[in-house]
Design a protein around this ligand. Structure first.
Ligand SMILES: Nc1ncnc2c1ncn2[C@@H]1O[C@H](COP(=O)(O)OP(=O)(O)OP(=O)(O)O)[C@@H](O)[C@H]1O
Ligand SMILES: [Mg+2]
Length: 330
């Protein structure tokens, strides 16, 4: 069995992150995207190979400092200082770190003489960790923090990235001008094929089928390959059990007719203005099935529409299989 899944592709994204970290940004970068599209993996890989001060914080990690943090090589002596900081507070480690970035940076910069460096800080899964009701405050706080750090420590550049797959938070964050918002999407076909080939696919027909149902979502691809031994139909059956709840929610609200139209064309959410459509939109976003996508991707362009994969101009199904399974359940 494959214990470690090699990192594939994301070459353009890594290049953009490299460029941004060299320049820095005056506002935090809010990176959102489908669940399992690879936000965490990309950012960890980036921090791992970053040749300046890079800190990755898993805001959801409860107890273990080694799993809550990933540091670039420059910081390999930093864990004891960070340990001291965490010990002086009670609560979940990831959250302590996420809310005390200022103190964390101050300690590191002073103790390791890191003035005039380039800093990158990633706070992963921020909405789940600090709560949707506090996200507005947090982003504004990060924004102010960037300016404080620039002034106080004369750093060459600073880049703060926060991630989430909570679609509802996007509405809140995009109300303000305190952040740059960018999207990360699932793997493209080439990267998907590269990943699939590392997971011993039985034949090309199966690989193609997995592309059609996952649209290149790496978590779904890995799950089908390993947990379902490439048996797509078994995976779809389990997905059906999961989505039945959603269909019930939709039917209870008398929105089945609207869901059918969204399955046909996801962009009707944008073109049909009714209270029912708005309620359905909220259900589908809350359940992490669709996502708003009229936004630049990290690589600086829009995700191209693709009817077959359920990707419209304004909205998209996070994974094409959701559409297929919901359609069967209806
Ligand atoms: N480029 C890649 N190459 C190989 N594996 C990948 C790649 N991107 C993601 N993965 C794998 O896919 C799975 C899901 O990725 P990851 O956890 O990074 O997604 P995510 O977007 O952070 O999800 P969530 O929204 O749930 O936090 C992980 O097992 C990860 O290692
Ligand atoms: Mg993640």
């Amino acid at each position: 069995m494959l214990h470690y899944i090699p990192f594939v592709n994301r070459i353009e994204e890594l290049k953009v992150l490299e460029e941004l970290s060299a320049r820095g940004l005056t506002k935090p970068l809010y990176l959102y995207g489908p669940e399992g599209c690879g936000k965490t993996r990309l950012l960890k890989e980036f921090i791992n190979s970053y040749n300046n001060v890079g800190i990755y914080i898993d805001a959801l990690e409860g107890g273990d400092i080694e799993s809550a943090l990933q540091l670039s090589k420059v910081l390999n002596k930093a864990i004891p200082f960070i340990g001291e900081l965490v010990e002086s507070y009670s609560g979940s480690i990831g959250r302590i770190l996420a809310e005390r970035i200022h103190e964390l940076l101050r300690r590191l910069i002073v103790k390791l003489s890191l003035r005039k460096s380039r800093l990158v800080v990633v706070v992963d899964d921020v909405v789940k960790a600090i709560g949707i009701d506090r996200i507005e405050w947090y982003i504004k706080w990060l924004y102010e923090l960037i300016w404080k750090i620039r002034e106080k420590y004369e750093v060459k550049s600073i880049l703060i990235i926060v991630t989430t797959s909570e679609g509802l938070s996007l509405d809140i964050v995009s109300r303000h001008t305190h952040s740059h918002i960018r999207m990360l999407w699932n793997l493209d076909k080439k990267a998907f094929l590269e990943l699939a080939s590392k997971l011993n696919p039985p034949d090309t027909a199966t690989t193609e089928e997995v592309w059609r149902v996952t649209g290149g979502n790496p978590r779904a691809v890995i799950e089908i390959a390993i947990d379902y031994n490439w048996d797509v139909s078994k995976w779809l059956v389990d997905l059906k059990y999961r989505l039945l709840r959603v269909v019930e929610r939709v039917k209870h609200r008398q929105l089945a007719k609207h869901l059918r139209t969204v399955i046909e064309d996801v962009d009707v959410i944008h073109s049909e203005f009714s209270e029912e459509m708005y309620n359905l939109y909220k259900v589908l976003v809350e359940e992490n099935l669709i996502i708003y996508k009229y936004m630049n991707m990290l690589v600086g362009r829009e995700l191209v529409e693709n009817q077959e994969l359920g990707i419209g101009k304004y909205y998209a199904w996070q994974i094409p299989a959701y559409r297929k399974v919901l359609s069967q359940l209806l």
